[in-house]
Design a protein around this ligand. Structure first.
Ligand code: PLP
Length: 390
């Protein structure tokens, strides 16, 4: 049966995902089942989306209740879930205003547009360059792809947008020299580079960039699409760094499994986007927003402490493996450099019932934040045995 779906998938769906060998059918929390009834422990969480696992009861109820009330209405009208969610996001972060979108890339597009308009409004033409970091990932639309600091992503799609330059991560002088040689409106970074290889930025670097940027009226954009919503053991990863971004983008986990994103604006640029300068048909959809309220409410201190504890446990288990060269990450966002073939380990893990991911040559683990301890321990025992298998 699984084979039929794989053949049909290859025939009818554009092959950009290099799928793993499992046709996932249903699940509950951190446990998934394929079409043949085989059970899997989920260490992927839909790439940092399913922070409370799949089909979580609380989220599902919030979505169903809203579905029974109002499924969609245009942004020409006010709706309650959007307003309540925006208020919650601002209260939890100290940010001042929110724009809702549907995906991480769209949220970053909005951040890029805002940074350029902020600078244009204040300084006129020409001050539009955005500094991003090498190895960064910000999305696959033309602007966000241009923003990605990975040459391999830039091979086939030129010409790219003007006005993006790439600094070395953890090298403040690199950022400063680009800022001095270009007319820069913003610097954009992930606190933990995800797709680029699960690399947490050096806190001293992040702080130095923030101080320099704010001294020169350069906006600090933090891309929390993957790191946000509890993933790193703080509500947003920038909170681990003690900085005050001007713009924060978040998506993935916020929607609990539905496509959803938010852009948060600090005081500096809360008034930059004005009537008709930006918009989205589905952004802030009431069903997605109602689900997101239920998600955000449950990202509390005990959950975040649990994320940090589980992350430390996973790291300790991996560091004890002979075939592990190094472990990186923060909270439940873990990267593993292996001394053996990555594809073999990934396929073996899936074969033995644990769903894992990769990121730029590393094994990547992103379990649901509320994965039960017994499930986590069982999954880690399998992953470690696969890694150390001869
Ligand atoms: N930014 C970061 C840091 C991401 O990890 C991703 C996706 O992996 C994106 C942006 C793009 O998000 P989306 O796929 O929702 O457009």
């Amino acid at each position: 049966m699984a084979m039929d779906f794989e053949t049909m998938d290859k025939e009818y769906i554009v092959n950009v995902y290099n799928r793993l060998d499992a046709v996932i059918d249903h699940g509950k929390g951190s446990i998934l089942y394929d079409v043949n009834g085989k059970e899997y422990i989920d260490f992927s969480a839909g790439i940092a989306v399913n922070i409370f696992g799949v089909c979580d009861d609380v989220w599902k109820q919030a979505v169903i209740d809203q579905l029974n009330k109002l499924s969609h209405i245009s942004n020409v009208f006010y709706t309650e879930p959007q307003v309540l969610l925006a208020k919650m996001l601002c209260e939890r972060t100290g940010m001042k205003k929110v724009f809702f979108a549907n995906s991480g890339a769209e949220a970053n597009e909005c951040a890029i547009k805002t940074a350029r308009k902020y600078s244009h409004d204040k300084y006129g033409e020409g001050r539009y360059t955005i500094i991003t970091l090498k190895n960064s990932f910000h999305g696959r639309t033309m602007a966000t792809l241009t923003a990605c600091g990975q040459e391999s992503l830039h091979e086939d799609f030129g010409p790219f947008l003007d006005g993006f330059v790439y600094a070395e991560p953890d090298n403040f002088e690199s950022v400063k020299s680009l800022a001095e040689s270009h007319k820069v409106c913003a610097v954009m970074m992930e606190m933990v580079q995800g797709e680029g290889g699960v690399h947490p930025l050096d806190p001293a670097f992040v702080k130095a960039v923030e101080e320099y940027a704010h001294a020169h009226d350069i906006l600090v954009i933090v891309d929390e699409v993957q790191t946000g919503n509890g993933r790193t053991g703080a509500l947003y990863a920038y909170m681990n760094y003690g900085i005050h971004p001007d713009i924060v983008t978040t998506a993935k986990g916020l929607g609990g499994g539905l496509p959803f994103a938010a852009v948060l604006f600090a005081d500096s640029c809360q008034h930059t986007l004005t009537d008709h300068t930006h918009g989205s048909t589905f952004g802030g959809n009431p069903i997605c927003a109602a689900g997101a309220i239920s998600i955000l409410k449950r990202i509390d201190d005990p959950l975040l402490a649990d994320v940090r504890e589980k992350g430390a446990y996973i790291k300790a288990q991996l560091e004890a493996c002979q075939n592990v060269e190094s472990v990186s990450g923060m909270g439940l966002m873990i990267g593993v450099k292996l001394k053996k073939d990555l594809a073999t380990v990934v396929n073996e893990c899936v074969d033995k019932g644990v769903l894992v991911l990769t990121a730029n040559g590393l094994l990547r683990l992103l379990p649901p934040l509320n994965i039960p301890w017994d499930v986590l321990k069982k999954g880690m025992a399998i992953v470690c045995s696969v890694i150390d298998e001869k």
